[in-house]
Ligand binder design. Structure first.
Ligand code: PMP
Length: 449
């Protein structure tokens, strides 16, 4: 089968995510036959460098020998078992390791099977905690402008990206939205840290008014990814933790995209020295192999549910594939790589290479900013550099960069007008140079005319 044959059959029966399917009348759909490291290969034998880790899930390359072997071994022993009333070794070992790797106050793991489901779990647990504790009325959540927490209705309700949210607004429970500490929105001459302080004051004002009806604040620590790779200073997290304590609301850290080394530390919250009440993890948890998610929480939360059955305090949330052993085996193999290789140290060198290869873009007339947090580098395209006026979204400039990337064998998938690199950690410096060359040329073509 070649690409054309595949695509004809695909478009007859499949409906792809996050896609206006009509685009595929002119935009090639790319069928992938196999992967190896940072490379993907299509049915015509063309190769693509996966610069976005296949929606930010892949950490150590496609078909990583260690993770593949672990999944194969597990598949020959136990593929799945009901997780209510039953248990298994991969889930136990994984929970023990996650508890050891995260702050000491996080002592309980509740598994789910994708990021959105993890967010739902954290939201329900937080609300239910206050209810079980006899504190009524804490049923609202504070989120941030530009936030993204997933696509199921509860998680989507916590998002603030109109593209995903607006069509479903009537179905969603409205959060209370605080202004993001996004440093791109800084005043001229203002530091990232100063923006954080200003936004903490806004958050405090909201909490002052609403804390009595709020169960939790939810945040993507350090980088709001789907909202356009918008970044903030770690001081915001430190200050937010203090505010949540002071006003008696939970802090939910959604590290689904930024966990597992993306921001330079194993978890982003480490850079602020804080522990959330709920830590949501998914994506890189399995190295990009299988859908698995986990919510870590505290003993205080756990104890509020721990009671005689008739008290009706239990957390009865369930997914059929909770704690799937294959996913847990992939996650254990992923954690083994972190434990036995200097991953974070290597990433520092790779992050520096990404910065070097894009340094010249600061003077580009249609680039407002090149920003970076660890292994995430983002390039903000604008119509006018001085005023930072964006290109109208209808012009789909980012899509032109995507098309150029495909032609040149690089998978970039800009978020609107934000071109970003978020590659697997096994990328080489030469591959980063190649990726940057293709992206820069693509940007030049996309902003012309
Ligand atoms: N939270 C964040 C911060 C995410 O980036 C995503 C996925 N892009 C999700 C939640 C949802 O995860 P999933 O796609 O696995 O449902």
């Amino acid at each position: 089968m070649n690409n054309a044959d595949f695509v004809a059959r695909d478009l007859a029966v499949l409906w792809h995510p996050c896609t206006q399917m009509q685009d595929h009348e002119w935009l090639p759909l790319v069928p992938i036959r196999r992967g190896a490291g940072v490379w993907l290969e299509d049915y015509d034998g063309k190769r693509y460098l996966d610069a976005i880790s296949s929606w930010w899930v892949n950490l150590f390359g496609h078909v990583n020998p260690r993770i593949s072997a672990a999944v194969a071994t597990q598949a020959s022993q136990l593929e799945h078992v009901i997780f209510g009333g039953f248990s298994h070794e991969p889930a136990l070992l994984l929970a023990e390791r996650l508890v050891a790797l995260t702050p000491p106050t996080l002592s309980r793991c509740f598994f789910a099977d994708n990021g959105s489901a993890a967010v739902e779990v954290a939201l329900k647990m937080s609300y239910h905690y206050w209810r079980n504790s006899g504190i009524a009325g804490k049923s609202r959540v504070i989120n941030l402008t530009g936030a993204y927490h997933g696509e199921t209705l509860g998680a989507l309700g916590m998002g603030d990206v109109g593209l995903y949210r607006d069509a479903y607004a009537e179905l969603l429970r409205a959060p209370i939205t605080a202004p993001s500490p996004d440093a791109y929105a800084r005043e001229r001459g203002e530091s990232w840290a100063a923006v954080a302080q200003r936004r903490l004051a806004d958050m405090q004002a909201l909490l002052e008014r609403h804390a009595h009806e709020v169960c939790a604040v939810i945040i993507e620590p350090l980088v709001q990814c789907a909202g356009g790779m918008r970044m903030h200073h770690a001081d915001y997290l430190t200050g937010l933790r203090a505010l949540c304590d002071r006003y008696q609301v939970h802090l939910i850290a959604d590290e689904i995209a930024v966990g597992f080394g993306r921001t330079g530390t194993l978890f982003a919250c480490e850079q602020a020295g804080i522990a959330p009440d709920f830590l949501c993890l998914s994506k890189g948890l399995t190295g990009g192999y299988l859908p698995l998610a986990v919510v870590l929480t505290t003993d205080t939360v756990y104890q509020a549910f721990y009671a005689e059955y008739a008290s009706e305090r239990a957390f009865l949330h369930s997914h059929s594939y909770t704690g799937n052993p294959l996913g847990c085996a992939a996650a254990l193999a992923t954690l083994d790589i972190f434990a036995t290789e200097p991953v974070l140290e290597r990433n520092r060198a790779l992050a520096a290479a990404m910065a070097r290869q894009t340094a010249h873009l600061v003077d580009h007339p249609h680039i407002a900013e090149v920003r970076q947090t660890g292994m995430i580098l983002a390039i903000e395209l604008v119509r006018d550099k001085a005023s930072r006026a964006p290109f109208p979204w209808q012009e789909r400039r980012g899509l032109r960069v995507y098309q150029h990337g495909l032609e040149q064998g690089v998978l970039l998938r800009p978020l609107g007008n934000v071109v970003y690199f978020m590659p697997p950690y096994v990328i080489t410096e030469d591959e980063i140079a190649h990726l940057a060359r293709v992206a820069c040329r693509g940007i030049d073509l996309a902003v012309a005319d």
